[in-house]
Ligand binder design. Structure first.
Ligand code: C2E
Ligand code: MG
Ligand code: MG
Ligand code: MG
Length: 281
């Protein structure tokens, strides 16, 4: 179901094998051009501190402004970009653009600083040894303090990263950036292993957040929060869509939240407007 709604312009999921191969090739060619033609955009979704109700940071989410098919979501092209060997260049662009935007906001809104920026790192990127070099370069070029940059990595990326994962995590951590586990709860990682990595926090997947709409399911998320606290990890609740969810997350003392209830991901200009409004939830 999720598959058939994506990439309709390319008919990647056309059952006809030949049509599918042609479409995939076309997508990869277009992606290659997209890098040069600067068709990628970053959208920003605010992250709210539940203690203060204020915006404390943003998650950068990539979009592709396709010349024919319009704005494309990452589910429609990130996997193809990985397959086409383009993910490194795209990642480098994302890191630099996100850091540059954050540095600009920190200058423009010194009173709400230090604002943070969360950047997603895909599994393929995570297995590249040059990742920490790219991160260091982006921080240096934009004169950003490392602790303001948060990298989101899925449990799967860490566990699949075989031997390289711990080293890479420590390299990144030693640069001073914060490491967050994305979509926490959807993987099948052993907490025993996660515990030994230099992780700063957990982003609890929105499937769990959606469940607390029903009071009977609150203990499930409460368990995750208790665990996080014992491991001295901070928690961001993803995909908050209702006032009920927000109230319950506050009661459970989740540190941060993000979701459509506050704002979807918006372009840089609209995100700047959100900061100017100094909203409080
Ligand atoms: P993610 O990191 O878990 O990002 C959260 C996704 O949930 C985003 O979708 C966001 O728009 C969506 N979302 C946020 N709030 C709500 C809500 O209240 N309800 C619902 N139903 N959805 C919500 P998006 O932007 O389509 O991104 C999807 C995934 O693509 C991301 O999941 C991330 O894994 C990946 N991605 C996004 N940008 C990048 C990037 O720059 N690099 C890499 N490697 N991956 C990226
Ligand atoms: Mg994320
Ligand atoms: Mg997430
Ligand atoms: Mg998610």
């Amino acid at each position: 179901r999720a598959k058939s709604q994506g990439t309709s312009g390319y008919q990647i999921f056309n059952p006809d094998m030949h049509a599918r191969a042609v479409a995939l090739l076309q997508l990869e060619t277009d992606l290659r051009n997209a890098v040069e033609r600067q068709e990628f955009r970053l959208y920003y979704q605010p992250i709210i501190s539940l203690a203060t109700g204020r915006i404390v940071g943003f998650e950068a989410l990539i979009r592709w402004q396709h010349p024919q098919y319009g704005l494309q979501n990452p589910s429609q092209f990130i996997h193809a970009a990985e397959e086409a060997g383009l993910i490194n260049r795209i990642c480098q662009w994302v890191l630099y653009t996100a850091c540059a935007q954050l540095a600009q906001w920190q200058r423009q809104f010194p009173a709400i600083s230090p604002l943070t920026m969360s950047v997603n790192i895909s599994g393929k990127q995570f297995s590249q040894p040059q990742l920490s070099q790219q991160v260091q370069q982006a921080l240096q070029d934009t004169e950003l303090s490392a602790e303001c940059l948060h990298l989101e990595i899925t449990e799967g990326a860490i566990m699949d990263g075989a031997g390289a994962a711990p080293d890479l995590l420590w390299q990144l951590r030693n640069l001073g950036v914060q490491l967050w586990i994305d979509d926490f709860g959807t993987g099948y990682s052993s907490l025993g292993r996660l515990y030994h990595f230099p992780i700063h926090g957990l982003k609890v997947d929105r499937s769990f957040v959606a469940q607390i709409e029903n009071a009977d399911n609150v203990p499930l998320v409460e368990t995750i929060l208790t665990l996080a606290r014992q491991l001295e990890l901070e928690v961001t609740a993803e995909g908050v869509e209702t006032a009920t969810q927000l109230t319950r997350l506050r009661a459970l003392q989740s540190e941060y939240a993000q979701g459509y209830f506050f704002s979807p991901a918006v372009d840089g200009e609209a995100a700047t407007a959100l900061l100017s409004q100094n909203l409080q939830w």
